[in-house]
Write a protein that binds this ligand. Structure first.
Ligand code: MSP
Length: 669
């Protein structure tokens, strides 16, 4: 595994590429305090197809968090896997003419191969069809049946198969006809069957109390509003079994019922580390509660409401943080088979390499928002940030040293002022990055590292070391040393984002990164203020520039046309949302700040609108209106606007709305 001590780390820690839960080493875990460990999870993926860019994104975030904690010396357990039961999978298997288990089996290797290819080092890949998981879910159900938190009754209502969710009465306003799913907008089906209910209603106050006491539970904080509002509006007991679906975990002592797929799936986070398994009690206590659970905004309700309530019912501690990320759109529209824009991570890997794609996703996407993927942006970032700014710097420094027959660079007896300035910036960069990474602001962390890289580049140019090599050898060596020290810190700090490439960079400096539990490499770097000796080694170009492809020539008539095509119109996402809050912006006589609810899929958005002169909060709150939601966010009076309210021009703008109420998040076509 290259120069890294991964092998060593794997042996020491029992971590690495593995599909099963390895016996956890007892030597250190006996004394392992909860501050020294990090348990991070991804959602488990529905296996109806190969993983796509969205699945890669959730998993990549968890991998970066895992690696970030590893360089801080923590023991890490990283869980991912697949969600294999339920109606959606059963129907997909039927369509393919296969048995559900055979159907899901065919995709597992795609998942594992993709994660391995992208350097995603998980500790366990759980499948909900794993025997230990099935038994532990049954234990969980039995425990809740015994406690009276699960009871049998009858359910009549609506169900969304793609989301595997029961649509609440409040959401299904037109009860006689199938309502659209408030989350995905697709048609629901009518369900009427005997069912076991979980007493969710009993947890309403406990949940609200918990959110209040733990304001950092949901990251970013803004996403907590929709959760709290939903809970406040009243929780109904949740149906957690199906009799009309056979593909699932049978209920204990009542095999006509199978566990509702979310009750089965959410429990993977505890069953994977030993819950409900007699010989694994110690391991379970060592890892639970999870430190960070990564999930997309579409599944926040399941994770922030049902999951904590399930855990409360089982008397288990709640996860410390839920990191809720936005969605990746491709070429500014939702990824979907029907648009033909589903991106296969393996295609990108072959064209650009794993670490370049990792970098791009982390840099491009602000975790709090939806982001856009485009190959053009990706190629630009590879060429400028990676090949030009970082790769070239390393290459120029090493080549120049080699040209003058220098392979060992020692630190100077004393640094000149310009190098001292660089050292100061290096440590202030480390502090900033530390803060950003701890807050999961990966795009900010990367931007800060690139500020520092540009500083080293300017220093290197300004010093003109190629001239110093002939006129002032000591100063020449100092410039090489300062550049190597800067690159060394960069190699460490960027390792969670680009593990392979940073290992190569460090090899070129004669360094390896020894990631071991108990050793905080960041603290170590803080202590050793640029006093290293580097043994240089030439390596292949770190990042290759991507040559821009010639733009295909458009037919002449298309170029002249003043019409826009339907595909242009479709780029503008006009969506219905309810204005939930409205505040005046001090010092602005034009702007109002709106908090708009776009339903579960899109969530809450802050939108500024220049209508203060004509409208006040009481005119707007509770009203539905039409918004453009995929305009690039922009700041006005220092406040970000994440969309645009549509209204007529003229003297008094009339706000565009719908003739009667529709679910929030519905798109105009
Ligand atoms: N099986 C459930 C999760 C159960 S967890 C106990 C599920 N699976 S999923 O395959 O549909 O989605 C898994 C994750 O992928 C979610 O976090 C979802 O947000 C994420 N993504 C799917 N498409 C996405 C994008 N286009 N962009 C970013 N992430 C998105 O839900």
């Amino acid at each position: 595994m290259g120069p890294f001590c991964w092998a060593n780390f794997e042996k020491e820690d029992g971590l690495g590429y593995t599909q099963i839960l390895l016996p956890l080493e007892t030597r250190n875990t006996d004394t392992m305090s909860h501050e020294q460990k990090c348990y991070v999870t991804t959602p488990i993926y529905y296996v109806t197809a190969k993983p796509h860019l969205g699945s890669l994104y959730s998993t990549l975030l968890a991998d970066v968090i895992a690696r970030w904690n590893k360089i801080k010396g923590k023991r890490v357990f990283f869980l991912t896997g697949t969600d294999e039961h339920g109606q959606k999978i059963a129907e997909a298997a039927l369509k393919a003419g296969m048995k559900p288990k055979e159907f899901v089996d065919q995709f597992i290797a795609d998942y594992e191969d993709t994660w391995h290819a992208y350097n995603i080092h998980y500790n366990r890949f759980i499948r909900t069809t794993d025997q230990d998981h099935i038994k532990a879910v049954q234990t969980w159900l039995q425990d809740l049946l015994n406690k009276g938190d699960i009871y049998k009754s009858f359910y009549t209502g609506w169900y969304c198969t793609p989301c595997e969710t029961f649509v609440t009465e409040k959401e299904a306003e037109h009860k006689n006809q199938a309502p659209l799913c408030p989350s995905c907008g697709r048609e629901t089906i009518s369900v009427s069957e005997e069912t076991y209910f979980f007493k969710l209603s009993a947890y309403q106050d406990k949940l609200l109390n918990f959110y209040k006491k733990n304001p950092d539970f949901i990251v970013p904080k803004e996403r907590a509003h929709e959760v709290i509002n939903f809970v406040k509006s009243g929780l109904k007991d949740l149906s957690i079994s199906r009799t009309t679906v056979k593909w699932g975990i049978p209920f204990p002592n009542d095999e006509t019922h199978v566990a509702y797929v979310w009750a089965d799936a959410l429990n993977n986070y505890i069953t994977a580390i030993g819950y409900g398994q007699k010989n694994k009690e110690k391991e379970f206590k060592q890892w639970w509660p999870a430190d960070v659970q990564v999930l997309g905004k579409d599944i926040i309700r399941f994770h922030a409401i049902y999951w904590p309530a399930f855990l409360m019912a089982s008397d288990l501690p709640l996860p410390k943080q839920l990191l809720v990320h936005g969605w990746i759109n491709v070429d500014n529209r939702k990824m979907s088979k029907s648009f033909g824009n589903v991106v296969d991570p393996m295609d990108l890997l072959h064209l650009y390499g794993a670490d370049s794609v990792r970098y791009y996703l982390l840099k491009q996407m602000a975790i709090t928002q939806d982001g856009n993927f485009s190959t053009q942006d990706l190629e630009e970032k590879i060429s400028t940030d990676l090949a030009n700014d970082l790769g070239n710097l390393l290459n120029r420094m090493v080549s120049l040293a080699y040209k003058h027959k220098i392979t060992t660079i020692e630190p100077p007896a004393a640094w000149h002022q310009d190098a001292l300035d660089l050292i100061d910036d290096c440590y202030s960069m480390l502090d900033d990055v530390h803060e950003y990474m701890d807050e999961f602001l990966f795009h900010m962390a990367l931007a800060r590292v690139w500020q520092f890289i540009s500083k080293i580049n300017s220093y290197f140019h300004a010093q003109e070391p190629w001239k110093l090599a002939k006129s002032d050898t000591d100063r020449f060596k100092e410039v090489l040393s300062a550049t190597a020290h800067g690159l060394h810190v960069i190699g460490l700090i960027l390792w969670p984002a680009m593990p392979d490439k940073m290992a190569e960079l460090l090899t070129s400096l004669g360094e390896t990164l020894s990631v071991e539990p108990g050793t905080n490499l960041l603290e170590r770097t803080e202590l050793d203020r640029w006093g290293r000796t580097f043994m240089l080694k030439k390596i292949d170009t770190l990042f290759k520039k991507v040559e821009p492809q010639e733009n295909a020539e458009k037919p002449a008539e298309e170029q002249k046309s003043e019409y826009i095509g339907i595909e242009d119109f479709e780029k503008v996402e006009m969506v219905v949302g309810t204005i939930e809050q409205c505040e005046e912006i001090p010092k602005s006589d034009r702007l109002l700040k709106l908090q708009v609810n776009f339903g579960n899929k899109i969530g809450m958005r802050q939108i500024l609108s220049g209508i203060k002169q004509w409208y006040s909060a009481s005119d707007l709150i509770g009203k539905q209106a039409i918004f453009v939601i995929n305009l690039k966010p922009r700041k006005m009076m220092g406040i970000e606007s994440q969309g645009m309210l549509m209204a007529t021009g003229g003297d008094k703008p009339v706000i565009a709305t719908v003739a009667y109420q529709v679910p929030n998040g519905v798109r105009l076509k």
